[in-house]
Design a protein around this ligand. Structure first.
Ligand code: B12
Length: 218
């Protein structure tokens, strides 16, 4: 199979909710020497995106959505151990969370995987994380970057709360804040005082690497 065919198969396995084939095709991608990052971003994540669209159009139900997330996790388990090349670099530390009231974590988990792959230490606080928990984690871990995810318009204001709480705690100027999730726009990010809004995981991780390069003066 060619690279394109394998990436296509990974995408289809997510769309077809196939637990067996995703493991087989993820192994096939590794054996074929496909960049593990590409297997995630150009294969599985594309499938997840399409599943999301099918849900929105009413073709898929909630149960199928949840199963697709579980299939993606199976695939990531095969791929993740191969994301080792840059892990030893200790590029920087990131605290990441989905804000309070929001349980969406598929996108956040992709960002986490890619950050680890690029040599970041990631403290993943999970989903539905209260503002105080995020601020406490920042004070305790002194990260270089905080990543916040929100998929619901009603939870987006929590991002502003986090930034305000960081300011009140006197830690805002010590970290970069990157925000993401489909409803989050660059204008909103600017308005709440975030440093960057990422359109997707690849672009977000690129920005984090850029910040670290600037800090270390490489
Ligand atoms: C999967 C899903 C769910 C799953 C979540 C499973 C899970 N473990 O995450 C379940 C079924 C649980 C769910 C529940 C709900 N959902 Co929902 N869900 C979706 C769906 C279909 C896909 C989201 C997804 O995973 N996309 C794939 C990932 C890979 O993309 P992503 O999340 O956007 O992330 C990428 C980028 O945005 C970015 N990114 C994201 N976060 C971050 C953070 C940082 C730091 C960076 C750098 C980048 C970054 O990088 C990621 C990878 O490239 C969307 C519709 C859609 N098409 O987006 C609705 C959607 C988000 N859900 C919606 C709603 C309303 C709900 C519910 C209220 C119930 C309902 N009616 O369905 C509940 C809310 C529960 C809660 N309190 O959170 C609405 C939100 C509307 C709105 N604007 O407010 C949407 C848009 C569907 C719709 N059109 O109605 N949902």
């Amino acid at each position: 199979m060619s690279t394109t065919e394998i990436l296509d198969a990974l995408k289809n396995d997510i769309m077809n909710l196939d637990f067996d084939l995703i493991v087989q095709d993820a192994k096939r991608a590794i054996d074929a020497g496909i960049d593990p990052l590409r297997a995630i971003t150009d294969g599985m994540a594309v499938g997840m995106q399409i599943v999301g669209e099918k849900f929105e159009s009413g073709e898929y139900f909630l149960s199928e959505l949840i199963v697709a997330g579980a299939v993606m996790k199976e695939g990531l388990e095969v791929i993740n151990p191969h994301l080792t090349d840059e892990r030893s670099q200790h590029r920087g530390k990131v605290v990441i969370a989905t804000v309070e009231g929001d349980h969406h974590d598929i996108g956040k988990n992709i960002v986490t995987t890619l950050l680890i792959a690029r040599g970041f230490e990631v403290i993943d606080l999970g989903t539905d994380v209260p503002t105080e928990t995020i601020v406490d984690a920042v004070i305790k871990n002194t990260p270089n970057v905080i990543g916040l995810s929100a998929l619901l318009t009603v939870t987006m204001p929590k991002m502003r709360d986090v930034i305000e709480a960081l300011t009140n705690a006197g830690t805002r100027d010590k970290v970069k804040v990157i925000v993401g999730g489909t409803p989050v726009t660059s204008a909103f990010a600017k308005d709440i005082g975030a440093d960057h809004r990422a359109a997707d995981a690849v672009e977000g991780v690129k920005k984090c690497v850029e910040w670290m390069t600037q800090t270390s003066g490489e």
